[in-house]
Design a protein around this ligand. Structure first.
Ligand SMILES: C[S@@+](CC[C@H](N)C(=O)[O-])C[C@H]1O[C@@H](n2cnc3c(N)ncnc32)[C@H](O)[C@@H]1O
Length: 261
């Protein structure tokens, strides 16, 4: 399970490492929020990376996530914001394949998280919940990896035993750096990827001060599989792009969907 506790390194270092926002990604979601407005539902919101940003733009947000650890970080971050921002954000602990809120939303987002629906039935339940919470003029936006044969082959070959460097991130004002390495394995039949991330913190002199791992499972699906699920759950694709610069889908891009009822 994805970082359920605050001590889990993925929770502890999310905002400084893998959760570092790309400028095109942020701009893309902000533009969508400007077009479709609030209320906004931020599904699998994590530490509130997108929610806080959107609240700062003046939007009302309902946000939820399954992980207590990620939500604890979100609450800590929000507590440091001015009262008018805090008032715009409501946070809940919920599963994305089974949620109920009283209101419907003009913008629903699920950023870097839909692939945590591990079975087809979970993904379908999640989409059905979305269609029950979307207004007729509203839109649902989410991104998933486009299954890449090279990556899948590497997972099969390495069986989760070969570490590759993702990046080295500096921690602000401390001289500490965090090296993030990844090792993945795949179950092709179940379309599952088993990911381990290793976080190595070093001080300004290069001495290792901490090394810890997080792990989780995600499910990849092909474009056609998504289209079938959308049809069953009453959602229609309005836009599909491969990147946050609106480039077309390619073997190395993501799948970024904009859906309507
Ligand atoms: C990569 S993080 C993305 C967080 C956030 N959307 C962002 O863009 O920073 C994935 C998130 O999905 C959450 N998650 C995983 N499975 C979930 C589920 N079934 N229901 C709700 N949240 C889930 C994890 O706890 C984690 O916070």
């Amino acid at each position: 399970m994805y970082g359920s506790k605050t001590e889990d390194p993925i929770v502890k270092y999310y905002d400084e490492t893998v959760g570092t926002s790309g400028k095109h990604e942020v701009a893309w979601y902000l533009t969508k929020a400007h077009s479709f407005g609030d209320p906004i539902l931020d599904m699998a919101c994590g530490t509130g990376r997108m929610s806080i940003l959107l609240a700062k733009e003046g939007y009302s947000i309902v946000a939820f996530d399954r992980s207590e650890g990620m939500l604890t970080r979100f609450h800590e971050k929000l507590s440091r914001e001015p009262i008018e921002i805090k008032r715009r954000v409501q946070i809940f602990q919920q599963d994305m394949d089974n949620f109920t809120f009283k209101e419907r939303f003009n913008t629903i987002i699920c950023v870097d998280a839909f692939f945590h629906n591990l079975f087809e039935q979970e993904a379908l339940n999640c989409l059905k919940c979305v269609s029950q919470h979307l207004t007729y003029k509203g839109r649902f936006f989410f991104n998933v990896p486009n299954p890449n044969q090279d990556f899948l082959q590497k997972c099969l070959d390495s069986q989760g035993k070969i570490w590759t460097t993702k990046n080295i991130y500096p921690l602000e004002n401390s001289g500490t750096t965090i090296l993030v390495e990844e090792a993945s394995a795949a179950d092709i039949q179940a379309q599952l990827i088993f990911t381990k991330l290793r976080f190595t913190c070093s001080d300004s002199e290069g001495n290792i001060i901490e090394r810890n791992e997080s792990s989780w499972t995600t499910r990849y699906m092909y474009q056609d599989q998504y289209l079938t699920l959308f049809e069953t759950s009453g959602l229609e694709v309005e836009l599909l792009v491969g990147t946050y610069q609106n480039e077309p889908v390619s073997p190395t891009s993501q799948l970024i969907f904009q859906l309507k009822l």
